[in-house]
Design a protein around this ligand. Structure first.
Ligand SMILES: [Zn+2]
Length: 482
């Protein structure tokens, strides 16, 4: 069975489980039962979309959480009969589902949102983004930009992100304080960057970052982020993998993003990117590959065989005109695929609901086939599939006993949800960031009824506007001088 059919089978199984759950009688609390354990949190929902293997959806369901773990899930009456919780998130007109996973971002680039639009990748990078970063990006920029991004991601129901930017210690401190889950890359690039002079320097600094953060906070995974095979040569790519292997951490990297890279790889290495990485043993360790827009037919099985996690970024691919990734073929070949936003400078927001819709629409119109990339397929890519792609499939991505409690609630009260026949359809085709009402990560509530609990939004907004005004003034000064 191919992946798309498997997803559809899961949906059917889900409808069956849904019917069962809806019919199951409420269990009355047993007054003779003294054991009514006190737990941390219960999250209720008119629908609980588990995204488990069977696609189970509970009507009037609930998730019981203690010490950051999901300890029970089922009909709300059963959960409330079994447990009493210190806190309950009410589920009326709410859909409960796993938090969304943003597999590729450059979070602090929120501060460069809209600074240069309508350009091709290499023009955009070389003439606008890289120079602006060397000039403006310091720890203060990264602190404010990352916190702004975390606010936006929590607001929109994202609970985990894979980041690649500069000053990773600062990124980790913000993730620590705002309560999200993240894989944070030490960027490796062979040019002067905001935090290093060249590839060797960035690997050395990356080693220090990873040693400082590995095992320190269970929500934070420090990793290496070599930029690409046109900003690093084969020896530098091998050296980065070697350093990652020695420290036992994964790698996040841009692979096969644009026609430029395809040509560059062919001219420089005599083969396309994925073949190059395979030939130098780069895929021997866990790899999260952003974009993969231009894999050859021969390269797709390599990605499946090597369990490379491919992160599809449809908005960025469309905006920079990088191309249309053959996601359908990769899913059919068994490649692990998740979704990402890329940085806010090429998107220009961090909205995974939009990425789900565009991922589906782009494949449908490209193939002239409305049957590819169903709502279930893209919702899986944003949750369980994304978790597997980034190597956290055992920990997060679905609502199942034993997984970490990364859970969101979405309201379907708003007029654009009326009527509601199919919650999976609504989650993909209707839901906006503003419909997310609560966000819980590792059992801790980060947003409740739309109110941010771990970020001082007034302070962050003021800091971001103040810093952006300085950047704008400096850019205007530079334009006058030219
Ligand atoms: Zn990127």
């Amino acid at each position: 069975m191919n992946q798309q059919k498997m997803y559809l089978a899961n949906l059917t199984a889900g409808a069956f489980a849904f019917a069962l759950a809806a019919c199951s009688p409420a269990t009355e609390p047993d007054p003779a039962e003294p054991d009514h354990p006190g737990i941390d949190l219960i999250v209720e929902g008119s629908y609980v979309v588990t995204m488990d293997d069977g696609g189970t959806v509970y009507q009037d369901g609930a998730v019981a959480i203690d010490e950051g773990l999901i300890i029970a899930i089922g009909p709300s009456a059963d959960i409330n009969a079994e447990y009493s919780a210190a806190q309950t998130l009410d589920g009326e007109s709410r859909i409960v589902l796993p938090g969304l996973i943003n597999g590729h971002s450059h979070a602090a680039m929120t501060l460069l949102r809209g600074v240069a639009d309508d350009l091709a990748l290499m023009d955009w990078l070389n003439n606008y983004i890289f120079p602006a970063e060397v000039e403006f990006v310091d720890t203060e920029f990264v602190r404010i930009g990352t916190e702004l991004a975390c606010w936006e991601m929590i607001r929109g129901g994202t609970t985990t992100f894979v980041d690649m930017y500069y000053f990773p210690d600062t990124i980790a401190e913000i993730v620590d304080s705002c309560g999200m889950r993240a894989m944070i890359s030490a960027t490796v690039i062979d040019q002067r960057s905001p935090d290093a002079e060249n590839a060797g320097d960035s690997i050395q600094k990356g080693n220090g970052f990873i040693e400082r953060w590995k095992g320190k906070n269970s929500r934070i995974t420090p990793i290496f982020g070599p930029h690409a095979n046109y900003t690093l040569n084969a020896d530098q790519l091998k050296a980065t993998r070697q350093a990652a292997m020695e420290l036992g951490v994964p790698i996040s990297i841009h692979i096969s993003e644009s026609p430029f890279e395809l040509q560059y790889s062919q001219d420089t290495y005599g083969m396309p990117s994925i073949e190059l990485y395979e030939s130098i043993g780069f895929f021997e360790g866990p790899t999260i590959a952003a974009h993969v827009v231009w894999p050859t037919k021969e390269e797709i099985p390599i990605l499946a065989e090597r369990k490379v996690g491919v992160i599809h970024n449809p908005t960025s691919n469309m905006k920079i005109a990088s191309g249309i990734s053959p996601i359908t073929e990769m899913l059919d070949a068994g490649v692990r695929v998740g979704l990402g936003t890329d940085g806010a400078a090429s998107n220009n927001d961090l909205d995974l609901w939009e990425e789900m819709r565009l991922a589906s629409l782009l494949q449908k119109v490209d193939r002239m086939n409305p049957e590819v990339m169903s709502a279930t397929t893209v919702l899986t890519m944003a949750t369980r599939g994304g978790a597997t792609a980034i190597g956290l499939g055992e920990t997060i991505g679905s609502l199942e006993v034993g997984k970490r409690a990364d859970i969101i609630q979405v309201t379907f009260d708003d007029v654009h949800h009326v009527p509601t026949y199919d919650v999976i359809s609504h989650l993909v085709w209707v839901t906006d960031e503003q419909d997310v009402t609560s966000v819980t990560v590792d059992g801790k509530v980060l947003m409740k009824d739309g109110e941010m609990l771990t970020i001082d939004t007034n302070r962050v907004a003021a800091e971001a506007k103040e810093l952006a005004a300085r950047i704008q003034a400096a850019l205007a000064e530079r334009n006058r001088a030219q």
